[in-house]
Design a binder for this molecule. Sequence first.
Ligand code: OAD
Length: 382
Amino acid sequence: MTLGVNMSKAKSSRDRRIAPLGVSRVTRSSNNPQECQRSKPTDSGLVDDLSLMSVSEQQASLARKGKSPSLSTKAVLSSPSGSSVPRGALETVGRLMKLGRVRNIVVVAGAGISTASGIPDFRTPGTGLYANLAKYDIPYPEAIFNIDYFSDNPHPFFSLAKELYPGHHRPNYVHYFVRMLHQKGLLLRMYTQNIDGLEKLCGIPDDKLVEAHGSFATAACHLCYTPYPAEEAKQAIMNGSVPICTFCAGAVKPNVVFFGEDLPEKYFQHAEDFPKADLLMIMGTSLKIEPFASLVNTVKSTVPRLLLNRYPVGPFERRPLRRADYMELGDLSDSVQKLAEILGWHTEIHDLMNSHENGLSYTDPSNSSGENSDSSETDSMH
Ligand code: OAD
């Protein structure tokens, strides 16, 4: 049986799988998103706050050009007397949270949340992973995560995988901030593109997490999808050999989603989550990879979207900004810490981080269940 025959069989069997929630099959691609059509704003309490905001276009445009990466969109909130009080994005969103106007936060994250843990992102010129793959001798950087390229030559990915396997890095303040959102009962779901496992490691429970681009926690044949023990796959890869499927003799790989592969079923949870969201926090992603990138366009137009990133990305690159869009540009750890201070959570996050990092309730990175003795505890902000 040739590889091609195997692949088409595997693909057609997956095509027949019925996606939950009535959403059709979605495959990863790197096309840029087309913005969804705006729907008519609905009458919501939040509109009262948000319609008072105006964005300093000049500042945002400077940041887009990379001239001043550390700034925030300015909101101007008019007081009943007519005088204007300038507010930054973090202050405005923090205020909504403190007022109890936000109860279902969806976090959308990318590699930028892990750079403070010492893991490079993908696309930052110079330091990003894709700028540093010359030694693998691949035709173009993203080939290393392309399923057809892998099928032809799995060695470049396996060499890189030795470095990418979780275990060498610790979660940072940003991860613990998201865990605190959960503990305060405010996290509806975190959608991450990251494969470093740091969300689970910091104690965000499985049911609050969608690892949209998969993870190293499980492994399977890339042709017939027969599961393979993850630890055995890891040992083979670390020893420089290719783990082989006992069923069809195809190469086994960790269940990281490659370009051209289907996203995990859990991803389709977005069809229920995003309409329920009352705040979207977008952190450390270039929003370049579909279908993930377009998720941010699926919240109601009145739902505030807060971008925390070095530069404007996705819909935040367009002018004018949607009126409920806020962005804080600069270093993510700094921005998240500022927001935590506004919320009065900073010390609590530090304490949580210290106690967790001291190993009181540590999770083995290879533990796919993500269970922690304390991770399912929630307390409420209200
Ligand atoms: P990218 O590298 O494309 O984007 C990371 C974004 O985070 C960029 O906009 C950076 O400017 C920003 N950033 C990095 N460090 C930051 C910091 N300390 N503070 C603020 N912003 C910072 O990464 P992703 O969007 O996650 O696929 O890439 C998406 C997918 O592309 C990944 O999932 C990956 C890749 O192909 C796989 O892992 C298989």
